[in-house]
Design a protein around this ligand. Structure first.
Ligand code: CMP
Length: 139
């Protein structure tokens, strides 16, 4: 069955990096079912990352995610959720370079905070993330 997941290209990505990431998404066989550029407000970023509210990095995360526009995409494919997580690699680019050197974070991320891409972790988060950013969509 086809799955849907939310992919975000975060505000640190240059135009060149955005294009590189999108071309890798297409080469991997994902359909980009919806795409839009959005600059998150602080309220939206706090809500999007509410499960990280108690972390020491929460305020830096909200600063980072609101500093410029992000590219929001719904990616669709069989096994899309796990495959997109695999493609982005571990949260920390230093670790990504060791365990998954071709992953997007190994190639493009600057730091564990400014790690360039996001992917929903499971089916529940995918549904919540898609609803939050795109509202009711027919997929
Ligand atoms: P993401 O996968 O979008 O989900 C939570 C985000 O918080 C993560 O990517 C990073 O941008 C950030 N993050 C996670 N862990 C840390 C950390 N230890 N220090 C700073 N930022 C982090």
């Amino acid at each position: 069955p086809v799955e849907h997941t939310l992919a975000v290209i975060k505000p640190d990505a240059s135009q060149e990096h955005r294009e590189g990431i999108i071309s890798r998404i297409e080469s991997a066989g994902f359909s980009i079912s919806q795409v839009k550029e959005t600059q998150l407000t602080r309220e939206m970023a706090e809500n999007f990352y509410k499960h990280h509210r108690d972390k020491a990095f929460f305020n830096s995360l909200v600063d980072y995610m609101t500093q410029g526009p992000s590219v929001m995409m719904i990616l669709s494919k069989e096994n899309a959720i796990a495959e997109w997580r695999e493609m982005i690699g571990p949260v920390d680019p230093e670790k990504a370079k060791e365990v998954s050197p071709n992953s997007l974070r190994a190639c493009f991320a600057k730091s564990i905070l400014e790690n360039t891409v996001h992917g929903s972790s499971d089916a529940k988060h995918a549904m919540d993330n898609i609803q939050f950013l795109f509202g009711d969509v027919c997929l």
